[in-house]
Ligand binder design. Structure first.
Ligand code: GAF
Length: 392
């Protein structure tokens, strides 16, 4: 009989890497979760509404202050690879490893804000699936921000501050023009709840995940190859329509306005804008449906969201559409399923009665065949709390 495979947790791995590279125990250990978005796609950078929840997969950082002004980082999941830089010189973006840029980026934003910086030893590990569109990068940036929130001189740093710093690091340092959803949910998630986020006012409202509902995520293994260029194109198209209507963002356009003046737009721009405008309305309705425990209504809204992403925003791909269909056939009107995240591959999310998890998993295992013949990876998640200090 072979030995069972014992898998260590990210907390264990960060502590072990910290001890191996820096010696001893860290002063603090923090975690920040990945996320899955239940509904509200490509609405965040249009100042709109989103309804994600944090998931029980996270990035963990073990940290201690140093006497000098050096930052040393060890990546436990990359063979204890090291990145090191000084706080007294301009912080450079590296070509690789990419993980280093998320740490450097957050620290660069803090330095430029004139905050009282000091040297740090950081050990990092995580279990957010990489490249799946579940915000492993945002969880890393937010975790770095959360480390600082434990240090003297950073006491006033709120979860929203951390999220906006992490977003700025991604926008300005890493070079990804993402919105603010992923960072806000990672910093501010509420255990057992989704979070209705107004990406303009930054107000958040926790909405309980109904008892007896399971959150399922299916990783299609379709690589999100086009995501960067197509994401930026969608963003530009949305901004152009907003400019055409003379408003700050598509959040300020409603369906009546679009119907009345849609003829002024080219058909492609009209479809892009229609996705965002109708998606905002769906998120608002979904917040109410979820709060009422109405999974059937959630199902209708998630189905409409998927169709809108497929036909108007054109960010789904055939294998993702198939996966949605396979899940949809099993759950019928008892739950909801849609693509989640930026698009062009990645994951599908479903909200299903817990009693159906097995049947849905079996159907996906039987019927889905990924780009290289592989099965979808299935995660049954709970809605987790946002970033915080991990109890010793
Ligand atoms: C990616 C981005 F990072 C988010 O800001 C959001 O726009 C999402 O795609 C689409 O809803 O995750």
């Amino acid at each position: 009989m072979s030995d069972p495979v014992v898998q260590s947790t990210p907390i264990e791995r960060t502590r072990a890497a910290f001890a191996a590279v820096f010696g001893g125990a860290p002063a603090v250990v923090v975690q920040a979760p990945g996320r899955v978005n239940l509904i509200g796609e490509h609405t965040d950078y249009n100042d709109g509404l989103v309804l994600p929840c944090a998931i029980d997969y996270r990035t963990v950082i073990a940290a201690s202050g140093r006497a000098d002004r050096t930052v040393r980082i060890v990546a436990a999941d990359y063979g204890n690879a090291i990145d090191e830089f000084s706080l007294d010189a301009p912080i450079e973006r590296r070509d690789e490893p990419m993980w280093a840029n998320y740490v450097r980026g957050v620290i660069d934003v803090l330095v430029k804000r004139g905050l009282p910086m000091r040297g740090l030893d950081l050990a990092i590990s995580g279990d957010v699936p990489q490249g799946a569109g579940l915000s492993s990068s945002a969880s890393l940036s937010v975790a770095v921000g959360r480390v600082f929130a434990t240090l003297p001189g950073f006491e006033g740093l709120s979860p929203i501050d951390i999220a906006l710093i992490a977003q700025q690091a991604e926008n300005d340092f890493v070079g990804c023009k993402c919105g603010n959803m992923d960072q806000i949910i990672s910093a501010s998630g509420v255990l057992g709840h989704a979070l209705l986020i107004d990406c303009r006012s930054l107000q958040t409202q926790p909405v309980p995940i109904p008892a007896g509902a399971a959150i399922m995520i299916f990783h299609s293994h379709v690589e999100r190859g086009l995501v960067d260029s197509e994401y930026n194109t969608r963003r530009r198209q949305c901004e152009e329509v907003a400019r055409h209507f003379g408003v700050p963002a598509l959040r300020d356009v409603d369906l009546a306005m679009l119907e009345a003046r849609g003829g002024e737009l080219d058909p492609l721009a009209l479809r892009r804008a229609r996705h965002v405008v109708t998606e905002n309305a769906r998120v608002e309705a979904a917040g109410k449906a979820l709060a009422a425990g109405d999974l059937a209504r959630m199902g209708e809204l998630m189905a409409a969201s998927h169709v809108s992403m497929r036909d108007d925003f054109e960010i789904t791909v055939p294998l993702i559409d198939q996966l949605v269909e396979i899940v949809g056939k099993v759950i019928g009107t008892s739950g909801g399923v849609r693509m989640t995240g930026g698009g062009f591959g990645g994951c599908v999310v479903a909200l299903v009665p817990a009693g159906q998890v097995e049947a849905v998993s079996a159907a996906v295992a039987r019927e889905y065949c990924g780009p290289e013949g592989q099965q979808a990876t299935i995660y049954v998640c709970s809605a987790a709390a946002g970033a915080g200090v991990v109890a010793a």
